[in-house]
Ligand binder design. Structure first.
Ligand SMILES: Cc1cc2nc3c(=O)[nH]c(=O)nc-3n(C[C@H](O)[C@H](O)[C@H](O)COP(=O)(O)O)c2cc1C
Length: 149
């Protein structure tokens, strides 16, 4: 499969997790492109067999559990666009000490559903990625094996 991983990051964790997922999916025989979500348009994402969206959760305007601002911009710019049944997967980094753990994942999922994307597997919510990388990379590896369209 030709797979796009489109991510955003504030402190590097989601970039590291996206690169790990890239290595894992490449090892499984896929062709993977990793880009920042700020570098792609909605139309760009349609040219792949599968698109994976990855965002940390953060505070925006005093609201917890929000996507990275670049995802907010992407979703706002794409509000009238459709994936038309194309496969999508979502993962996010967060910290369960916050009230709305990985809220960005839920918000991006809603966007995907509204845009008629097909979620190929349950979204992955990763707790404290950089503090427990081995276990979290194992979660990413298990999840990568479920990414079938
Ligand atoms: C100011 C701030 C707000 C955060 N808000 C949340 C949140 O609402 N929910 C959550 O699950 N994690 C929250 N986190 C944790 C981050 O999502 C987590 O550290 C993540 O790994 C950061 O990913 P990044 O390195 O790709 O930016 C917050 C972290 C910071 C510093």
């Amino acid at each position: 499969m030709n797979i796009l991983i489109a991510y955003a990051t504030y402190s590097g964790g989601t970039q590291a997790a996206s690169e790990f997922l890239n290595q894992t999916l490449t090892g499984l025989g896929h062709t993977v492109t990793v880009k920042m979500i700020s570098e792609v348009t909605f139309e760009d994402t349609l040219t792949y067999d599968l698109r994976v969206f990855a965002s940390p959760s953060w505070d925006n305007d005093g609201l917890e559990g929000q996507p990275h601002m670049d995802f907010v911009t992407f979703m706002n710019n794409s509000s009238d666009k459709k994936f038309s049944g194309k496969p999508v997967a979502v993962f996010g980094l967060g910290d369960s000490s916050y009230g709305h753990f990985c809220g960005a994942v839920d918000i991006i999922e809603e966007f995907v559903k509204k845009a008629e994307g097909k979620l190929v597997t349950e979204s992955l919510k990763i707790d404290g990625y950089l503090f427990n990388m081995d276990a979290n990379n194992q979660l990413l590896t298990d999840w990568a094996n479920k990414l079938k369209v």
